[in-house]
Design a protein around this ligand. Structure first.
Ligand code: HEC
Length: 126
């Protein structure tokens, strides 16, 4: 076995793939900073605290439009899916594309790293 170094060989075999997947998971500390800047005007990270929009505490795994104490748009309620990471990612990138008629008047966050960071932060909120 000459020429090929062990890490390269493992990568070719797919053995290093889990490490790569982990790297794409996002940084919750960075996500908190981005959340405050991009989302915090309308969304609180504290459970049950409604600003102009629902709290995002516990949003991951919850049904869309079902946050306690908030009257979601009929578009969001009718859409009715559960918020898992891939759907959240798409909604944050372009809310009105994913849920036409949503009343989240936010144009979207184009940077995929920042979206991954926000999702990592949201998953720390209870
Ligand atoms: C200008 C205010 C505003 C900003 C900024 C904003 N949102 Fe929203 N967001 C809303 C409103 C209003 C809704 C309710 C939408 C509806 O009922 O259709 C909402 C809904 C949501 C929902 C669905 C909640 C549920 O219970 O189903 C998620 C998730 C969400 N926003 C994430 C974010 C994230 C993450 C950011 C920052 C990147 C952000 N929003 C920025 C106003 C905002």
């Amino acid at each position: 076995m000459s020429g090929m170094k062990l890490p390269a060989l493992l990568a070719v075999l797919g053995i290093l793939a889990p490490a790569a997947a982990h790297a794409a998971e996002g940084n919750a500390a960075a996500g908190r900073v981005t959340f405050v800047r991009q989302c915090g005007l309308c969304h609180s990270p504290r459970a049950g605290e409604v600003l102009t929009a629902p709290s995002l505490a516990g949003v991951i795994g919850r049904k869309a439009g079902a946050a306690p104490g908030y009257r979601a748009s009929s578009a969001l309620k009718a859409w009715g899916k559960r918020w898992e990471a891939p759907l959240l990612d798409a909604y944050i990138a372009s809310p009105a594309t994913v849920v036409p008629g949503t009343k989240m008047s936010y144009s979207g966050l184009p940077d995929p790293t920042k979206r991954a960071d926000i999702i990592a932060y949201l998953s720390t909120l209870r």
